[in-house]
Design a protein around this ligand. Structure first.
Ligand code: EPU
Length: 439
């Protein structure tokens, strides 16, 4: 018995939708909360399974957690840390929980954290995280699938990252907060989520500068200099980009609220170039619409401020019916085109060669039974289902639930015809097609 989406496509999305807190920011803020004794409260926490997993990891360390899903807040009372181990059972469910390593080493001078394995979208190594912590003086052993890090005192150092890794930048920022002296992270990631973490840490009493540039300096402070805080997470730029895509794909018109448009500059420019209309109507609200056939574009995914890899699959869905031929180069992950076979089954014309995809626009997509293979590929299939003629069924929703809160409710509020249902048997697409009462 599994949950599935049934989507009847080709209905323009219209109305208003509000974006939740950024998954990829809040997970790290929650880890940062363990640096300080006392109760830290985080607002604008999205209701996602990834948030639940991170809270389980943090609770497992001996902290006390209060998660108020109505208020969208979490209180993490890290007065006592009684356990320094993050088990494989949890870390393997969500690799972002590896971020706890830097925070635990900082706070407890020791941590035992399961090494995340590979991931469907790529190898996703953590070697920069480990080398960075070693540069700060941690002795690291990898045994039985766990990283055991121990240090008498962390001492600031210069660390150069070969790739501006988001996770490595964050792990090192957390470790460096309580180190002696200054740590300089060169070729640091510049994502908005990094700035959010720096703001969170500085509000707490840390001394972090340069976040949002390629060089971040963390001047270590004493544990007593830190204090618990209340903090509001930034909006999720990838969730916002997903709704923008869905509106454009269905030739709709909608207002997206609680968005920081500056976080989506590169993506917005590409949508405009394709023929979409984007209007800033308030500092945190945009109106998106599209009437005409889209034109094909080319792009390469890049670390921020380049084209976000997390929106690559969404843009590919748009290209499937755009005028002309679009070329996508995925430069961050080895295997992030997992939506391609399902898009082809809907009628898309896509040629893939390693990390390049050539998409020749077709007249239309048609509904099919589809399977979410990871979070963003899954979301792009939802968008494809919304724009296609006929009905689509999407399986493996657990991937999508990791990163989109109330996905179907928000789509329904825009007039999209989507329902979540429990499948007790084999999918009967024909029945779905004739049973529009469900939609
Ligand atoms: N890399 C290494 N060694 C390392 C670290 C990274 O080789 O030690 C490589 C990775 O294999 C990857 C590249 O560097 O090819 C970039 O990885 P990065 O560390 O920047 O990514 P991440 O921190 O693991 C975060 C987001 C991802 C997002 C990427 C890139 C979170 C929880 N995840 O991952 O989000 O794709 O940054 O922007 O913040 C998603 O939300 O769907 C998602 C996958």
């Amino acid at each position: 018995m599994s949950e599935k989406f049934r989507i009847k496509g080709a209905t323009p999305l219209k109305g208003e939708v509000s974006i939740g807190g950024a998954k990829n920011a809040v997970l790290k803020l929650m880890a940062a909360a363990i640096l300080v004794k006392g109760a830290t409260k985080i607002y604008n926490v999205p209701d996602l399974t990834d948030v639940d997993i991170m809270l389980s990891v943090i609770e497992g360390l001996g902290t006390k957690i209060k998660h108020d899903k109505i208020e969208k807040s979490v209180v993490i009372d890290a007065t006592n840390i009684t356990n320094i181990t993050a088990k494989y059972e949890l870390v393997s469910k969500m690799r972002a929980s590896f971020i706890i390593l830097g925070a635990l080493v900082s706070r407890c001078k020791e941590a035992i954290v399961a090494l995340p394995g590979g991931c469907a979208i790529g190898e996703r190594r953590v070697d920069f995280h480990i080398k960075g912590l070693e540069a700060l003086g941690a002795k690291i052993k990898i045994e039985n699938g766990y990283v055991h890090a121990k240090v008498h005192r962390l001492v600031g150092a210069d660390v150069y990252l070969d790739i501006p890794s988001v996770g490595a930048t964050e792990n090192l920022m957390l470790a460096a907060v309580l180190a002696e002296g200054a740590t300089r992270i060169q070729n640091a990631a510049q994502e908005p989520e990094i700035i959010d973490l720096a703001n969170f840490l500085n509000t707490m009493g840390a001394d972090v500068s340069g976040a949002g540039t390629s060089e971040i300096v963390i001047n270590g402070v004493k544990a007593d200099d830190l204090h618990p805080i209340e903090y509001t997470t930034i909006p999720d730029r990838i969730e916002a980009g997903t709704y923008m895509t869905a509106v454009v794909a269905t030739k709709g018109k909608a207002i997206i609220r609680n968005v920081f448009p500056g976080h989506l500059t590169f993506f917005n420019n590409k949508l405009l170039k394709m023929g979409a209309n984007i209007k800033l109507i308030e500092p945190t609200a945009i109106e998106v619409s599209c009437k005409n056939k889209l034109s094909a574009i080319n792009f390469v995914t890049q670390p921020y401020p380049g084209f976000p890899t997390d929106l690559q699959s969404m843009a590919m869905t748009l290209l499937t019916t755009a005028d002309g031929v679009g070329i996508i180069t995925e430069s961050l992950y080895e295997n992030r085109f997992m939506q391609v076979p399902d898009l082809r089954r809907m009628g898309a014309d896509i040629h893939q060669d390693r990390n390049h995809a050539i998409i020749k626009g077709v007249k239309k997509l048609t509904g099919a039974i589809l399977s979410a293979s990871d979070l963003r590929a899954g979301a792009s299939l939802v968008v494809a289902g919304l724009m296609a003629d006929g009905t689509s069924v999407i399986e493996n929703l657990h991937h999508i639930d990791r990163g989109y809160e109330n996905f179907e409710e928000k789509i329904k509020s825009l007039g999209g015809k989507i329902e979540r249902y429990v499948d007790n048997s084999e999918v009967n697409l024909t029945e779905g097609l004739h049973n529009e009462a469900h939609l």
